[in-house]
Design a protein around this ligand. Sequence first.
Ligand SMILES: Nc1ncnc2c1ncn2[C@@H]1O[C@H](COP(=O)(O)OP(=O)(O)OP(=O)(O)O)[C@@H](O)[C@H]1O
Ligand SMILES: [Mg+2]
Length: 261
Amino acid sequence: MTLLRLSGIRKSFGAVQVLHGVDLDVGRGEVVGLVGDNGAGKSTLMKTITGIHRADAGEIEFEGRSILDLDPGQRRALGIEMIYQDLSLARQQDVASNIFLGREPTKKWFGIIPGIVDRAAMDRQAAEMIRRLGAHLPAMNRAVGSFSGGQQQTVAIARALTFDPKLVIMDEPTAALAVREVQGVLDLIRRLKSEGIAVILISHRLNDVLAVTDRIVVLRHGRAAADLETARTDMNEVVACIVGGSGAQAAAAHEGRGAAT
Ligand SMILES: Nc1ncnc2c1ncn2[C@@H]1O[C@H](COP(=O)(O)OP(=O)(O)OP(=O)(O)O)[C@@H](O)[C@H]1O
Ligand SMILES: [Mg+2]
């Protein structure tokens, strides 16, 4: 069943057209990889879903209803979450503070004075979120800035979970991670899927995309150049679609350019 449907999405910045009429469907609990060269329009397309950018033309439906008129807060309330590449964490603060940033559970003193942060409830709920993800953190009370990249990614995903999302968009979650940590984040994506949460995974690391997605959509120069079933494709085909050539020549050209950001 379709959760998200984009059709004919166009977006220009000034005179430069970045998206040329993109169609994209995401099903409930489906993990879709979004790949393409630097500047292909991936992040811009995702920001039209969260409402940070307004599409110039096209339609965006979530659970069958248009969300074009909704602001980012309203779209989040419907269950659309995006985790940005910089994770937007408060590095000096601990795990629970980050998970509930700005939305700390409060309790009333003697049932009358509102707005006191309920630290015990916050710690309990934060630990529960981490457990729900099947993840482990070295210490809940440490500044998250002292955590590894993968551990910080875990905190960001736990934070997203507190909004009860139906769709989580992740922009390059594994780009800066060591090999072991990559596996951890891929496991978290599988965990989200197992809970029925759909994921759009933007990544230049095609091995990660092939390992964890159900489908792979390739953006090229602002157009959806391919929509591939992961089980029926491979690295060569994906690379060929990204660079727009065909076969080994295209793959060699892509490998030659090395890891993108
Ligand atoms: N706010 C903006 N104003 C002007 N141009 C922009 C803006 N945001 C993106 N662009 C341009 O739109 C194009 C697509 O950018 P976008 O960030 O969507 O690409 P991307 O596929 O996410 O690339 P990468 O893999 O490098 O993250 C680029 O040419 C970029 O310079
Ligand atoms: Mg981007």
